[in-house]
Write a protein that binds this ligand. Structure first.
Ligand SMILES: [Zn+2]
Length: 273
């Protein structure tokens, strides 16, 4: 008799759990449909002249030979030879002028970096030829390839996965978060936090927390022109696969750490409208 009651109870629990599961699945399906619709409409918004493709998203092009890019005049940057997408640079110029009126001097420290450029940065760190930002030699300090990649990924992208490939993202003024926390740096950061959005710029690498659980550490210097980069992010979420990330030392790790979901898409969600 006890067995019958027990069986009855177990069936009831099982039935209850399966109903709960199917409700959760239905909810996530609704979300998926909404997300897919958002991606579809964003990809449709693309100007076909932009030639968006996985090759573009992974930085396999030369910005100096692409007419949709423009050379940044020296007065806006700390060195010659950097490029941005024309539309993104035009927006930056407006932001630069508005900042200047408020005695804020924006300086572009890095802009478009294609696959080959990023490969150089990554491999120098991977092979220990360049030190990590904490002074460590990644090659000797992290023999395990997964651990080494995750350490480099705190601040540097794998070639093929950087938003700097897109011509929409720039690093401003200083590469230390601390610089933005007092004096001139704090004034500049506060100005950007209050005004960048009006010009289309957003900060993708905010603090890692519950709302942004994966990706690079916080970067107070990195800003993204979202009218274009939103579309590229959506394109990446739909078409870019871990298997597309190859052609450099350590690339075998890309799939193991799910670099596309965790890093390419691990951004401040307020930047992806
Ligand atoms: Zn950056």
């Amino acid at each position: 008799m006890h067995k019958i009651i027990l069986l009855f109870l177990m069936s009831f629990i099982l039935l209850f759990c399966s109903q709960k599961d199917s409700k959760t699945n239905a909810d996530s399906e609704v979300l998926d449909v909404a997300a897919k619709e958002r991606i579809r409409s964003q990809v449709e918004k693309l100007d076909t002249n932009q030639n968006i493709s996985v090759d573009f998203i992974t930085g396999h092009f030369d910005p100096s030979k692409d007419s949709s890019f423009v050379l940044i005049p020296d007065k806006y940057s700390d060195r010659h030879g950097m490029y941005m997408k024309k539309e993104a640079f035009n927006a930056f110029k407006k932001m630069y002028d508005a900042a200047k009126e408020d005695n804020i001097n924006l300086v572009v420290r890095s802009a478009t970096r294609n696959f080959d450029y990023q490969k150089g940065i990554w491999e120098r760190k991977w092979k220990g030829e360049a030190k990590l930002s904490n002074g460590e030699n990644a090659m000797t300090a992290y023999e395990d390839e997964n651990a080494r990649a995750l350490k480099i990924l705190e601040y540097s992208s794998m070639p093929g996965t950087s938003r700097h490939h897109w011509g929409t993202d720039i690093d401003l003024n200083n590469f230390n978060n601390e610089w933005f926390e007092s004096g001139e740096g704090l004034a500049l950061f506060t100005w950007l936090e209050n005004n960048a959005e009006k010009f289309g710029f957003c900060r993708p690498y905010t603090t890692l927390d519950k709302s942004r659980p994966f990706g690079y550490n916080e970067e107070k210097w990195h800003w993204s022109y979202t009218p274009l980069s939103d579309v590229y992010t959506s394109y990446a979420s739909k078409y870019l696969k871990n298997k597309d990330i190859h052609g450099f030392a350590g690339s075998a790790v890309a799939s193991k750490i799910d670099v596309v979901s965790k890093y390419v898409l691990g951004i401040n969600q307020n930047c992806n409208h």
